[in-house]
Design a protein around this ligand. Structure first.
Ligand SMILES: [Zn+2]
Length: 173
């Protein structure tokens, strides 16, 4: 789930200089090997939650076997959220690279944990957020990884997208 912030200019169209190697390493280390090994492995996550939340949203093929829905149902305080390989974005939210990479972290978490375990942990985090009157982005370990990745991509749009990274350390060509 990505917080619904003001609309940022999407800098993805701007040609990117080559990313600094240590920055790429940093992005890789934020994911850790558990998530990196899921890149390129869409697996068999259930599609029905995404279909259910699609409503009349436009549907696009996203990166690495994902489906991106623009205009589906999204919780009030969020700009987008992810269900398995389906990334659902609010109609009025710009699909920036930072948002897409944030949601893609969740895609990798679903792939690594399986849908049931991901939902179970996320529900537990939501309850903890409600009990402690904090936001899900503060209390959830799943969100902490995604938020760190999002912040990194806002600061460094020159970084290759996460789905271009491979566990081996080389860039996918
Ligand atoms: Zn999130």
């Amino acid at each position: 789930m990505t917080p619904d912030l003001e609309i940022h200019a999407d800098r993805s169209a701007v040609s990117r200089p080559p990313a600094d190697g240590t920055l790429v390493e940093h992005a890789r280390s934020l994911l850790g090997s558990g998530l990196l090994t899921q890149v390129g492995l869409p697996g068999r996550l259930p599609a029905w939650p995404g279909r259910l939340l699609r409503r009349r949203g436009g549907i696009h093929a996203g990166p690495d076997g994902t489906v991106v829905v623009h205009g589906g149902w999204v919780p009030r305080n969020a700009g987008g959220w992810t269900h398995g390989n389906w990334i659902i974005v609010r109609r009025t939210t710009l699909i920036s690279r930072a948002l897409l990479n944030h949601e893609y972290v969740h895609v990798l978490q679903y792939r690594a944990q399986g849908a049931l375990r991901f939902y179970w942990r996320y529900l537990r985090d939501l309850l903890r957020a409600w009990r402690t009157r904090r936001s899900i982005w503060e209390v959830s370990p799943s969100e902490q990884v995604a938020m760190a990745v999002e912040a990194l991509y806002r600061l460094h749009p020159e970084l290759p997208d996460l789905w271009e990274l491979r566990a081996s350390g080389s860039l996918e060509v």
